[in-house]
Ligand binder design. Sequence first.
Ligand code: SF4
Length: 347
Amino acid sequence: MPDDSAPRIPPARRPAEPPGRAAGRAPARALRSAADLLAAGLLPAAQAAAAEAVAARYAIAVTPAAAALIDPADPADPIARQYIPDAAELVTAPWEIEDPTADAPFTPVRGIVHRYPDRALLKPLLACPVYCRFCFRREVVGPDGGLLTEAELEAALAWLAAAPAIREVILTGGDPLMLSPRRLAWLVERLSAIPHLDLLRIHTRVPVADPARLTPDLVAALDTPKGLFVCVHANHAREFTGEAPAALRRLIRAGIPLLGQSVLLRGVNDSEAALEALFRAMLRHRVKPYYLHQLDPAPGTARFAVPEAEGLALLARLRGRIGGHGLPAYVKERPAGGGKVPVAASG
Ligand code: SF4
């Protein structure tokens, strides 16, 4: 099977470019409501009322680039499954919780999460280019929320400056590449001026979900004398087609090393073929597969859950088929904010 194959699409319908939509047929702007999705042909009319009910609780956004990757004729399309709302989101399973990674108790000042001795998260905003239906921060992300005020950002920077044990800041959110180039450059410069910081890491979906946003100006904003990694969140090989490779090349040409992080998701990448295609696509685009996350139990996400034993078996079967540099660490969050640990057979 070719590396970039989409396992749910028969080979005869597997073009090099995104399926389903001829060039120019992608929507001109992000789709942000059930009505938008219906008009774009990405939501069956029978599901429109349920999608509206979901939208009242959780944000929706599908960028033109993400929409162009969806095959509307495939009811099991793995890209659509990540972004198109479903009535199942309104059902909270007994084990699901609002803050599954327990950010809140580890937040000393707004925007900072401090869970490990040498690292801290900085969440400058909670907006994203797309809103993933399985998101572990789905109760807080959205286009209207979470932008730190000037005073809050100064307080977060002051907290980092006063914490000499912190060596690495992980910019997350939301998606930090949703900041304007000017704002991002300012933030990177301020972080770069903190002497004890060695490394900045930026967790983002922008290169694959909204590659047009990754302009030369935005890439230039990441210039720093510190170490800097961009960690790209992608869950399916098809996310590395379309405009994404060019966006990734812009980062590579700027000398920025790329890591890949994915979530193991039922109906998206829960097969040996899908994971192999995903990891090979990352390698081909100079993205080192870094983490494969076990799904966090956020409300209304049970349809994406894959048991740990199944995930371990999938990765065991991939070992030997793909070089060690192509296999990410399979990790999960411990309950109550205990941090990440490897998924193990006994776990
Ligand atoms: S991009 Fe990340 S933070 Fe934003 S909705 Fe998707 S998983 Fe959540």
